[in-house]
Design a protein around this ligand. Structure first.
Ligand SMILES: *Cc1c(COP(=O)(O)O)cnc(C)c1O
Length: 361
């Protein structure tokens, strides 16, 4: 057994230990097949069952309506920054965006290669430490879609509410908080997420798309970037990331066994509250983000005395509390506490921070 560590990495992030143990037990011999899932044809019967079960479990977890397709793709969330406009720009070639972080900004930049990307509101003025007011801004009724990033991984902000009455398809980059809290899939035209934060290993990207949005890609859209290509072939147009899909399936099963997303959400809220309450009660540490914009997944904070931060990060690493260094564009610290992080991990972090304050205050 490896030494007990808690991995606070923003992504690729920790996976539930029970999932890794199950994968280990099936690594060489998947359910009596004498093969690893890694070695199987994606067109074979066994993998066919794996991908069908993986999709069924995700549909159950997120209560995905039957008029939505689930796609298992490659290329990361980054590729979706291009795929979304290439497929959804169809009438006005215009889209509205909320600029809440550098991932949003990248989505805006890619979309503007194919049409007009209008920024409804931005929090760039304060390095994205808050969610800008956008409720008063009039949405463009002609826009082909409205794009949001539900959770801003680098800065630790969460969109506290969704646009209501947007009469255009709502598109969400949910890479860092999919499966962490209840969303109604019906509220969205399209949801995308790279797997490596809350779903499984990197190399897999999940797209959930309403069927009426398929089939209208721009003429210049490459075949591989056309959602319809993958929807028509059950994500088997070319070789999908088979092992990552299998592992995602184990994570979905684990999520259902935990009680589904409502139960995971309750746990995530409890974990985040514990850490935010600790930070708020201290003059030594400060949370970067104020209510009501605080992420449940990525908790960003800094020290009153910023000169001590690198020493703190070094000591956490020695103590087995890993990857707490904040993103280089923000500094400070960031504790990523996705679904797989147990409450005990957060408690260990707080105990460590308490002791560090006692020694250094
Ligand atoms: C991590 C992340 C991305 C980038 O994902 P890749 O899979 O590396 O392309 C995009 N958006 C958000 C919100 C993220 O957290």
């Amino acid at each position: 057994m490896p030494r007990q560590v808690y991995n606070f990495s923003a992504g690729p992030a920790m996976l539930p230990p029970a999932v890794l143990e199950r994968a280990q037990s099936e690594l060489r011999d998947y359910q009596g097949s004498s093969m690893s899932v890694m070695e199987m044809s994606h067109r074979g019967k066994i993998f066919g069952e794996i991908i069908a079960q993986t999709e069924a479990n995700l549909r159950k977890l997120m209560q995905i309506p039957s008029d939505y397709k689930v796609l298992f793709l490659q290329g990361g969330a980054w590729t979706q920054f291009s795929m979304v406009p290439l497929n959804l720009f169809r009438r006005s070639l215009k889209a509205d965006f909320l600029d809440t972080g550098s991932w949003s900004a990248k989505a805006i930049k890619e979309a503007s290669k194919y049409g007009t990307a209008r920024v409804l509101a931005s929090s760039k003025d304060k390095n994205y430490t808050y969610i800008p007011q956008w409720e008063e801004v009039e949405l463009d009724p002609e826009a082909d879609y409205l794009h949001i990033t539900t959770n801003n991984t680098i800065y630790g902000t969460l969109l506290p509410s969704l646009p209501e009455n947007a009469n255009v398809p709502l598109v969400a980059d949910m890479s860092s908080n999919i499966l962490s809290q209840v969303y109604r899939v019906e509220d969205f035209g399209l949801i995308y997420a790279g797997a490596q934060k809350n779903i499984g290993p990197s190399g897999l990207t999940i797209v959930i798309v309403r069927e009426d949005l398929l089939g209208h890609a721009l003429d210049i859209c490459p075949t591989m970037l056309n959602y319809e290509t993958h929807a028509d072939k059950g994500s088997m147009f070319n070789t999908p990331p088979t092992y990552a899909i299998y592992l995602a399936g184990l994570v979905f099963e684990w999520g259902l066994a935990q009680g589904g997303i409502p139960a995971l959400q309750a746990r995530n809220k409890a974990k985040a509250k514990l850490l935010y309450d600790f930070l708020d009660s201290s003059d030594f540490y400060h949370a970067n983000v104020a209510e009501p914009d605080r992420s449940l997944m990525n908790i960003t904070f800094h020290l009153e005395n910023r000169d001590l931060e690198s020493e703190l990060v070094a000591q956490t690493e020695q103590a087995g509390l890993l990857f707490l260094k904040g993103h280089r564009s923000v500094g400070g610290l960031r504790a990523s506490i996705y679904n797989a992080m147990p409450l005990a991990g957060v408690e260990s972090l707080i105990a460590f921070l308490t002791e560090f304050e006692r020694k250094n205050a």
